[in-house]
Design a protein around this ligand. Sequence first.
Ligand SMILES: Cc1ncc(COP(=O)(O)O)c(C=O)c1O
Length: 440
Amino acid sequence: MKQNSSVWHPYTQMSEWEKFDEIVKGKGMWLYDSHGNKLLDGVASMWCNVWGHSKKELVDVIIKQSKKLQHSSLFNLTNEPAEILAKKLVKISPSMNKVFYSDNGSTAMEIAFKIALQYWKNIGKNKTAIATLENGYHGDTFGSMSVGYVPKFFSNFKNQLFHVIRTPVPVKYRIPKNYSYEEYQNYCLEKIEKLFSNNDKIAAYVMESGAQIAGGAVIFPKGFQQKISQLCKRFDVLLVLDEIATGFGRLGSQVEYQAQKSVPDIVAYGKMLTGGYITMAATLTTKKIYDAFLGSFKEMKHLFHGHTFTGNPLAASVAIENLEIYEKAKLIERIKKTSKIFEKRAHEFADLELVGDVRFKGMLMGIELVKDKEKKTPLSSKKSINKIAFEEGRKNRIYLRTLGNIVMLVPPLAISSNELNFLMDSTIKTIKGLAKIISN
Ligand SMILES: Cc1ncc(COP(=O)(O)O)c(C=O)c1O
């Protein structure tokens, strides 16, 4: 271990790492380390960076706002940036009416679960169960681990997590034998329908909107989410959508649930909300949900939740500017154009020795590495694949973080065509390098 470091890194077997590259500067799509090497940010600094680093307009807003008001709480008070941002978020989010702020995606989802459960209590109905799609991920706090249960990550805490009902998800690459992709989609929807019709205690159905990113870039088939939303309406189950990683243009639409034609009761945003500059997340609800929390003080119907930095004016002012630049720069149109490169070049990955499947949508590509293309056995190795891929990526001047055997390309949304092509060229070299290391 680097002797003078006291930092414990996330999701990292620390004994594998002697030291970590120290990033000292970010400019555009590039991160610069303390030795002057530069790496293209292939994962948008954990899927949140929009414009690249050091975008002047966002930096200027941080400076300007920090001279006026750095933090003041939403307990008994309000502040202008939090008010303006909430109005803007409601405006871009069809059917949404109120915004509850928090600091990160996991807590935005905790809030969504609490609102959904308390909603039914407040209106006097006994609905207490949560159902969700298998293979989802909603963060690392206990509620989020319970709902987005990833066995490999969270089995150590299994006994402490609350019970959640799971229904299957159609993963195109791994459809069970005897089913076509379409038949399996119908099977998954029938499972939800059966569950809803046999269990009237279901308070909410929770899912990521458009795709499961941490679950390995599993992109939902057309109409799947819409049909789930229709089932939720039919059986009076709240639909809770997680757009923390998939909204704000990641999949090619600013509001993914709009593209999916599925209106939620509750939706959460995070990551790209501030362009990836300051931590902030938001949980939005419809008026129907919000109204159920109104009453006399004694009724105790209000939401028992709040964080120190809820509605932080510095973060809110950056988010406001970020949203304004989305419009000015016509970012969504730009993503639609640039992302065609993924489609055009996907076959170059598919042809590689280790690659079993390539999945992409918007500014997202997942490249699944396998030991055996026929049997689809996931690639494994004694050392973490992430570490090998990271080191190979660094040789090719890109910053990568894989999800196990899946190489994720999740660049800043405003990446140029040239830079995206560079990221793809370097990723191909990286996968070839990784194949050599694993075969030795
Ligand atoms: C879909 C989804 N929800 C929630 C989270 C948790 O967000 P955070 O890491 O900000 O807590 C993530 C993080 O990757 C995510 O991908």
